[in-house]
Design a protein around this ligand. Structure first.
Ligand SMILES: Nc1ncnc2c1ncn2[C@@H]1O[C@H](COP(=O)(O)OP(=O)(O)OP(=O)(O)O)[C@@H](O)[C@H]1O
Ligand SMILES: [Mg+2]
Length: 319
């Protein structure tokens, strides 16, 4: 099957410094991929190479099967927003789209039809005639997204589309992107939030210091890693009566417990990785101390913690 993006041995050097090292990245047709990595890991550099904004030191990029270094017209199927774009603040969204549409060589009629479509897609239609300078950052980001979508691209590439937005702005942008995902469109977005990837994307390419550390189906990857890290879970126990320090101490020395955190007098959170038998020893211990348990909850490995582990180095190579 034809791939939307096929990047092979992609490398970018700045003098002696290797910003992106021998990266492989494949996005299937209709797939929504997250390029995940911490600050300075090479996300923007990778996206700039893919969209032809900078030349790779070595390696190739094919968009829908066409090598972009030889046929730049392959990029005409790509809509992109890379890093904070300059904006025509005194324009309204309608005017900005008209300007962009003319650059793309669309007719006035096409511009009118497409503008309405994309502004509705990004939930900015009702703001079409208001000056952009009055918009919140989230609204500006969505307006820029509308520009990228104007020529009806088959592939969207967005560099940190939710970066710098407040929680509400993030939720709105994610909901717009999740809607787009339902279309026959391929997407590559960069982010430093694993949560964002797990919420929106089908697949992930994870990088650190310009190197690939993992890639594949998002859920599969999280499961596989959680398994490798011995299914670390958090158990929270709530009791009717206060938990004495001596009980906390006993719990902390149980098999499988590697951290405990009292949450006030009546609750303790236990970071645990062990067998069910090990777990039952903790319950027995609580009961033997005469404490009445009101609730016991188990949570899988917290996604942010997983990400911290994956990006901290060393053991994370799970390809
Ligand atoms: N033009 C340049 N000249 C020299 N070094 C550069 C240049 N552009 C990027 N770098 C370096 O390459 C590395 C990767 O940068 P890049 O901007 O791709 O990271 P990023 O993952 O997008 O980070 P962020 O999350 O902060 O946006 C960084 O160490 C950066 O300093
Ligand atoms: Mg960046």
């Amino acid at each position: 099957m034809e791939l939307a993006i096929e990047a092979e041995n992609l490398t970018k050097r700045y003098g002696d410094f290797v910003a992106v090292n021998d990266l492989e990245l494949n996005v299937k047709h209709g797939e929504f991929m997250g390029l995940l990595g911490p600050n300075g890991s090479g996300k923007s550099t990778t996206l700039k190479m893919i969209t032809g904004l900078i030349w790779p030191t070595s390696g190739t990029v094919r968009i829908f099967g066409t090598d972009v270094s030889q046929h730049r017209e392959a990029l005409s199927r790509v809509g992109c927003v890379i890093e904070t774009p300059e904006f025509y603040m005194s324009f309204t969204p309608s005017e900005a789209l008209q300007y962009v549409g003319r650059l793309y060589g669309l007719s006035e009629r096409e511009i009118a039809i497409r503008s309405r479509d994309v502004l509705e897609d990004v939930k900015m239609w009702e703001w079409r005639d208001k000056p952009i300078q009055k918009f919140s950052k989230g609204m500006r980001q969505r307006t820029v997204l509308a520009q990228a979508m104007l020529p009806n691209p088959d592939l969207l590439i967005l560099d940190e589309p939710t970066s710098g937005l407040d929680p509400r702005g993030m939720i709105e942008m994610r909901s717009v992107l999740s809607e787009l995902k339902k279309r026959d469109m391929s997407m590559l977005i960069s982010t430093h939030m694993l949560k964002e990837v797990s919420e929106m994307c089908d697949s992930v390419t994870m990088i650190r210091n310009g190197n690939l550390i993992a890639s594949g189906d998002v859920n599969e990857l999280i499961m596989r890693y959680a398994e490798q890290s011995k299914k670390r879970i958090e158990i929270s126990i709530r009791t009717m009566n206060p938990i004495a320090d001596s009980v906390l101490k006993d719990i902390s020395s149980c098999q499988g417990v590697y951290d405990i955190q009292p949450m006030g007098d009546y609750e303790v959170r236990i970071q645990f990785s062990g067998s069910l038998e090990d777990q039952s020893v903790i319950v027995d211990l609580i009961q033997a101390a005469g404490l009445k348990m009101v609730a016991m909850n188990e949570k899988g490995m917290d996604i942010e913690r997983l990400y911290m582990e994956l990006t901290k180095g060393g053991e994370a190579n799970i390809r």
